[in-house]
Design a protein around this ligand. Structure first.
Ligand SMILES: [Zn+2]
Ligand SMILES: [Zn+2]
Length: 535
């Protein structure tokens, strides 16, 4: 959930407004956004939100914070197209001001003059920002790698970085994500040979999953499909949305007659089809997760189908992803998920040599590593120190920490409120702290614990589901609980064996169905904690 604030006198600009998905412990929390207390306190001074690119960890909080902070949003064309979609869904598009920025052209916001600089990354239309202030130029790289052979042939604008470097740069804020990797991050194009080989030799259909925002990857997969004489189909909401947006803006080249509609997938010749699906992180209700347990409406995976996971396994998601892949193995699919036999995924973030290159070109007076865990920031600082390319000082800043640049140098200032806000996207309600939320929940809405006993070997339910509830007041209590038991039973019966055996899937399905049922009958949203007993 990236967000940085730059203030000069009474003028504030915000760089990026990201979100993140909650860890699984945060029951009932849909997403996490940054705490913007400081911005709310200084509302009258905030002039704009400036975006570096369209990844969720940079734009995802916009629909939530715009309610408190309706200021103009600046970004590149594709970035704003994604923002538009989010704001439309949140019903905020009418009241929002979106201003498209073009690399090479300057944008003036209060005392800041901003140049958008083209960088390469795992999505398209990404920029770094050079922000001219009365005290000097500040450069924020956004997310980047230095791809010498980008898929869209729009090169990383090293010249402009060098230009600012020779002019003199006050401060550099640079992406630290991949600081633990030596060398250069390979070009996005390096995935082509292996994926082409797999697609060409695949005996039946190919299901490839990547991030829906990876437009370069999607383009290359479409090109590969064309070369190996396969048609493509897109499944998953985010995949379909992003492909549509990118295609309508001419960022994606899809030959005529190339696309098979989802509803035609089952009847289409398996050897002639490649399916692009979202859900590479095994998100519980995503296409790939559904396909894995054979509950997708349009796609199933059978023996000798090929499944390619062309995405990073984000730490924290390993368990869910490998559980999903196990389902694919059980179906006797040919599964590829790492680079051991040839590259099927490359990172979008700079490795050490690229980070050194940027530091050398920019030669900032002050350097502040951003984007990454604390150890990444620390190691990026160490790398810069070793290189000796920073004129004055390297500063390690954690969330909420402030620094002030003056004519004489840099001063650490008191921190501002920072942290995470937990959001329930259903109610758009902000949750200050999980504990508070749980307490509130328990006191006002109660708790419902559906308990089912599953026979490990047969996958059958051992006895009727039991439901324990506390604090859920209702005049027709027993009737409600009878209905709830029926819902649990129905949800269970309508799930197939693999879903039943995958407890995270079956629990989530029960939670969602019960939540809907109870909310409908009581207007309450109790904490629902499904428990499965293995017998
Ligand atoms: Zn990022
Ligand atoms: Zn990114």
């Amino acid at each position: 959930m990236n967000m940085m604030v730059l203030r000069y006198g009474d003028d504030i600009i915000v760089i990026d407004a990201g979100m993140m998905f909650p860890e699984s412990e945060l029951l009932g929390v849909d997403l996490v956004i940054p705490d913007i207390t400081y911005l709310k306190q200084n509302k009258q001074h905030v002039r704009a939100i400036v975006l570096t690119h369209g990844h969720e960890d940079h734009i995802g909080a916009l629909p939530y914070i715009l309610r408190d902070l309706n200021v103009p949003i600046y970004g590149s064309r594709f970035t704003l197209a994604l923002v538009k979609k989010r704001l439309e869904e949140a019903g905020l598009l009418q009241s929002a001001t979106l201003r498209e920025a073009t690399p090479g052209r300057l944008v003036e916001i209060g005392p800041f003059e901003i140049e958008f600089i083209t960088v390469t990354h795992s999505t398209i239309d990404c920029v770094a920002l050079a922000i001219r202030t009365p005290l000097g130029v500040v450069i924020h790289t956004g997310d980047f790698k230095v791809d010498q052979t980008p898929v869209d042939n729009i090169p990383f604008d090293l010249h402009t970085f060098a230009k600012y470097g020779s002019e003199g740069v006050l401060a550099l804020f640079s992406d630290s994500t991949n600081v633990e990797r030596p060398g250069f991050t390979p070009s996005e194009r390096t995935i082509v040979p292996r994926i082409e080989e797999l697609a060409r030799s695949a005996p039946r259909r190919v299901v490839l999953s990547c991030f829906a925002s990876s437009i370069h990857r999607i383009q290359q997969v479409i090109d590969i499909a064309e070369r190996v004489d396969r048609k493509v189909a897109f499944v998953g909401r985010s995949m379909v949305d992003n492909v549509e947006i990118a295609h309508s803006l001419n960022y994606l080249r899809i030959p005529d007659g190339m696309v098979v509609r989802p509803q035609d997938i089952r009847s289409f010749e398996a050897k002639k089809l490649l399916i692009l699906a979202s859900g590479s992180q095994a998100e519980p209700m995503s296409s790939l997760s559904r396909i894995a347990v054979d509950s997708h409406r349009f796609v199933s995976v059978d023996e000798n189908d090929t499944v390619i996971l062309s995405a990073r396994i984000i730490p924290g998601n390993e368990k869910a992803i490998f559980r999903m892949l196990d389902h694919m193995f059980r179906r006797r699919a040919l599964v590829y998920y790492d680079n051991t036999a040839g590259t099927i995924h490359v990172s979008g973030h700079a490795s050490q040599e690229e980070q050194r290159l940027i530091l050398r070109l920019v030669k900032p007076k002050y350097f502040i590593p951003v984007h990454g865990e604390y150890r990444h920031l620390f190691r990026h600082a160490a790398l810069a120190h070793q290189l000796g390319a920073v004129g004055e000082e390297i500063l390690l800043l954690e969330d909420g920490k402030c620094i002030e640049f003056t004519e004489d140098g840099v001063v650490r200032r008191d921190p501002v409120p920072a942290g995470r806000i937990l959001v329930d996207s259903g109610s758009l309600e902000e949750i200050e702290e999980i504990v508070v939320r749980d307490r509130k929940h328990l006191s006002e809405e109660g708790v419902v614990i559906p308990i089912i006993a599953i026979d490990k070997h047969t996958g059958k339910m051992e006895s009727a589901p039991e439901i324990v509830s506390r604090g859920l007041m209702s005049e027709n209590g027993s009737e409600l609980m009878n209905g709830a038991r029926e819902i649990v039973l129905k949800t269970f019966e309508q799930s197939n064996l693999e879903e039943r055996a995958d407890w995270s899937v079956i629990k989530e399905k029960i939670r969602i169905d019960l939540k809907r049922y109870i909310n409908k009958h009581t207007s309450k949203r109790p904490l629902i904690l499904p428990v499965i007993l293995e017998v």
